[in-house]
Write a protein that binds this ligand. Structure first.
Ligand code: NAD
Length: 484
């Protein structure tokens, strides 16, 4: 796998960017250049959308669902064979510990392609419904068309695969616009597409910044937008799509809560805390970063969370012993440090962390940090920090725990910790959120994932993740033999 990516992937070919523009991707742990990647300008986006439009009515349109599934399986296999290298590349780009990256970037994307390949093989794309009036209707699911897929840098491979796999399974064509921060790894999908024999133009990859993304969203050749990123960008995209009456799915930010009930096994929570609350150095949209502790166990929870977080190994993301790597960029580190400062100056107690680790002044590291005694109205409890920062909030009873949990503009993830599973389910039902975990949290490929409130619109994954890539057509048949 080369470090530099000089060309964009458009119409099944490697094409130099019209503008000649490139981004230097910097290694998060060392601040050294990792490689240069081609960036797409408006002209490149235009070429990519044109290619995707042509491909929509080209040979791809005649592929049966089973034929598309075969191509998807081949893409999955090609991604899997590159998984180890891809995982390491992403860890170097964005600082994700390799222990997480090997699953999230190295393996999960291949699984998503095989999941949607399997699903589409048996998916009912056409059915005949008898009419209550007379005759009958043929209801057909058709590919929605050209998809603009826009992804962030935090889980670049998994989040792209969550869009590409169902879009291709449905028969759509795609222009993928990845973030500049992780532009290098995105082209692995191009290699996989070529190896799998995906027809030219069905998948196009044009990394770029905000401007390119906005140009793509507004492009008249785009039929549907699938976006993952910040709530601010999601709102801008949603407004534009509203004006254009263009279907859009939005996977946005979060500020989820872990409700520790009175019956919770604190050792169990401590074991899972790094994955559930601090995955990817806290750069995880669904992380349970607000820890809600019952008042009568408050001190125990603070001690347990503090000790667990203090014991985490901070360091080289490529070392499999590392739990916390650097943040993606200097800007992200500075944002997180400013949020820590905000909490400190508001008078909240830092029980561990609070700055740049003394052993890691090179690279964009931030110490894993815990605030205790936090009021849910504090900025550090309301704003998505997107770094390794947890806040502990006390509650008197479960009604208050639910009220605090739901007192957030977001509603994406969350967890409930209890030794009574039914009680966990009952509490989870009261949490205003698209997804909740009881005694753990995982993105289950078979279940819809997405947020409510400011966390987004629509769902990805599961069979529900396929439906946004279809449009429905009803053909009414007036002559069904029942007429005289
Ligand atoms: P971001 O919104 O700055 O950028 C995300 C992507 O959108 C990038 O490719 C960017 O170039 C593009 N973009 C930005 N503004 C745009 C616009 N107006 N029009 C079109 N494209 C635009 O987000 P980020 O900093 O890269 O990612 C972090 C954010 O993503 C966090 O808020 C996180 O919670 C969220 N996120 C959500 C999920 C989810 O599934 N809900 C998953 C991962 C990350």
């Amino acid at each position: 796998m080369t470090a530099n990516r000089d060309d964009l992937f458009i119409d099944g070919r490697w094409i130099a960017p019209r503008s000649g523009e490139k981004v230097e991707v910097i290694e998060a742990a060392t601040e050294k250049p990792l490689g240069k990647a081609a960036l797409g300008s408006h002209a490149d986006i235009d070429l990519a959308v044109d290619a995707a439009r042509r491909a929509l009515s080209g040979s791809w349109a005649s592929y049966t669902a089973a034929e598309r599934a075969t191509v998807l399986d081949r893409i999955g296999a090609a991604l899997k064979s590159r998984g180890r290298d891809t995982a390491a590349l992403v860890s170097r780009e964005n600082g994700m510990p390799i222990s997480l990256s090997k699953g999230a970037n190295g393996y999960a994307p291949a699984l998503m392609f095989s999941y949607y390949a399997k699903l589409i093989r048996d998916y009912p794309t056409s059915e005949v419904r008898p009419s209550d009036f007379r005759g009958r209707s043929v209801v057909t699911r058709q590919p929605v068309g050209v998809v603009a897929a826009i992804t962030p840098w935090n889980y670049p491979q998994g989040l792209a695969a969550m869009k590409l796999a169902p879009a291709l399974a449905a028969g759509c064509t795609v222009v993928l616009k990845p973030s500049p921060e992780t532009a290098l790894d995105a082209f692995v999908f191009a290699e996989a597409a070529l190896e799998a024999g995906l027809p030219a133009g069905v998948l196009n990859i044009v990394p770029g910044g905000r401007e390119s993304g906005a140009h793509l969203v507004a492009h008249p050749g785009v039929d549907k937008v699938a976006f993952t990123g910040s709530t601010d960008a999601g709102r801008a995209i949603g407004e534009l799509c509203g004006r254009l009456l263009r279907p859009v799915t939005l996977e946005l930010g979060g500020k989820s809560a872990a409700i520790i009930t009175e019956s919770a096994d604190l050792d169990d929570f401590a074991r899972n805390l790094p994955e559930v609350s601090l995955a990817n150095n806290g750069q995880t949209c669904h992380a349970s970063t607000r820890i809600l502790a019952p008042r009568n166990r408050y001190d125990d929870v603070v001690e347990m969370v503090t000790e667990t977080v203090r014991s985490l190994t901070v360091g080289d993301p490529l070392d499999k012993a590392t739990a916390i790597g650097p943040l993606v960029s200097a800007a992200q580190r500075d944002r997180v440090l400013a949020m820590i400062e905000d909490g400190r100056s508001a008078g909240y107690r830092i029980t561990t962390g609070g700055g740049i680790p003394a052993a890691h002044t090179k690279g964009w590291f931030v110490e894993p940090t815990v605030f205790s005694g936090v009021d849910n109205s504090a900025r550090i409890a309301q704003d998505e920090i997107f770094g390794p920062v947890l806040v502990i909030i006390g509650y008197a009873d479960e009604d208050e725990a639910v009220r605090i949990t739901n007192d957030s503009v977001y509603g994406l993830g969350g967890t409930v910790w209890t030794t009574d599973e039914q009680h966990g389910l009952d509490l989870a039902a009261r949490v205003e959120s698209g997804t909740v975990g009881v005694n753990y949290y995982a993105l289950d490929m078979a279940a819809p994932f997405g947020g409510i409130k400011a966390s987004g619109l629509g769902r990805e994954l599961g069979p529900e993740g396929l439906t946004p890539y279809f449009t429905l057509k009803s053909v009414y048949l007036g002559t069904d033999g029942s007429r005289p």
